[in-house]
Design a protein around this ligand. Structure first.
Ligand code: CP
Length: 325
């Protein structure tokens, strides 16, 4: 799915669908723009007029707490009008197709769709069918991509560890096979020239040929954590697993659950991350999740500024009508 659907002829962001296909300069622009929006969230009046007069529709076909609400807050802080489509109560349950739903929303002059869907490729499909001035943001599609999550994670790493990703060892731990977050994080870390990107997990949860993405593969958590600067824990994506790929959650926790004892293998100032939702006692111990090295709630807060950055960059382009999609 690596194509230039995301960019216009000038190489500027039009849709934000995947980290793959973007370049380092766009990623850095997103991070720098997000930095400028952090101060907005600290003001008493948390608004800027960048998307005044624009309408954003949140179309979430899958459950979400963090992504949907931070997209809503981001759009409101940019002064957009926001439609939260309750998919379960919409005409899709009466058999209306996805494209007909989109056409009807476009007839109401929607300017941007934020889409989460269980099927990989849905955001790309929508981006190929919207009107030329409309932008599409992928809020997670199947096991394919979750690019704004990856960017808020990069933003968090940059804020905590500094701008030089080249000196960092980052370990992504858990269910790599079913994780759209891991895939987007790996592409983002590589584009930002991270010195050492590792994936850690059982063989049954590791995609074959994952090393071709430029990562080192570990099946032993202690080895994967050795001298790491950052560890990103992932949830077991039970809803995407087919068949028995795990013996039991208890056994998984014994081998791959993050505890204070296992963290002693990493650098003392290791940063602990998790995109959420956390399953305490499965992928990590509460002492670690709530400990001083955890930045899990900072990740959530940063999601607002990063999503403001992505929406404003894509919509700036949309309003110029300079599109090639
Ligand atoms: N990290 C993440 O995508 O969380 P939600 O499913 O709550 O949006």
């Amino acid at each position: 799915m690596s194509d230039n659907l995301q960019l216009n002829s000038a190489g500027k962001l039009k849709h934000f669908l995947d980290i793959e296909g973007l370049n380092r300069s766009i990623l850095t622009d997103i991070l720098d723009t997000a930095e400028s929006f952090i101060s907005v969230t600290d003001r008493s009046i948390k608004k800027v007029p960048i998307l005044r007069g624009k309408t954003v529709a949140n179309l979430f076909f899958e459950a979400s707490t963090r992504t949907r609400t931070t997209f809503e807050l981001a759009a409101k802080r940019l002064s957009a009008d926001v439609l939260n489509i309750n998919v379960g109560a919409s005409a899709t349950v009466k058999g209306e197709t996805l494209l007909d739903t989109l056409r009807n929303l476009q007839a109401m002059h929607v300017d941007m769709f934020v889409v989460r869907h269980a099927d990989s490729g849905t955001a790309h499909f929508i981006a190929r069918h919207v009107l030329p001035h409309v932008s599409v943001i992928n809020a997670g599609d199947g096991r394919h991509a979750h690019p704004t999550q990856a960017m808020l994670d990069m933003f968090t790493i940059r804020r905590v560890k500094g701008h030089d990703f080249g000196r960092l060892s980052v370990a992504i731990v858990g269910d790599i096979a079913h994780s759209r977050v891991a895939r987007s994080q790996i592409h983002a870390l590589n584009l930002l020239n991270t010195g050492d990107v590792r994936v850690v997990g059982p063989r049954t949860l590791m995609p074959s040929h994952i090393e071709t993405l430029g990562v080192r593969v570990f099946h032993d958590l202690r080895e994967g954590l050795r001298d790491a600067d950052v560890v990103i824990m992932l949830r077991l994506q039970r809803e995407r697993m087919k068949g028995a790929v795990l013996p039991s959650e208890h056994e998984y926790y014994q081998l791959y659950g993050l505890t204070e004892e296992k963290l002693t293998m990493a650098k003392p100032d290791i940063t602990v991350m998790h995109p959420g939702p956390i399953n305490r006692g499965v992928e990590m111990d509460s002492q670690v999740a709530d400990g001083s090295r955890s930045v899990i709630l900072q990740q959530v807060t940063h999601g607002i500024a990063v999503r403001m950055a992505v929406m404003s960059m894509a919509m700036q382009e949309g309003s110029s009508q300079d599109v090639d999609g």
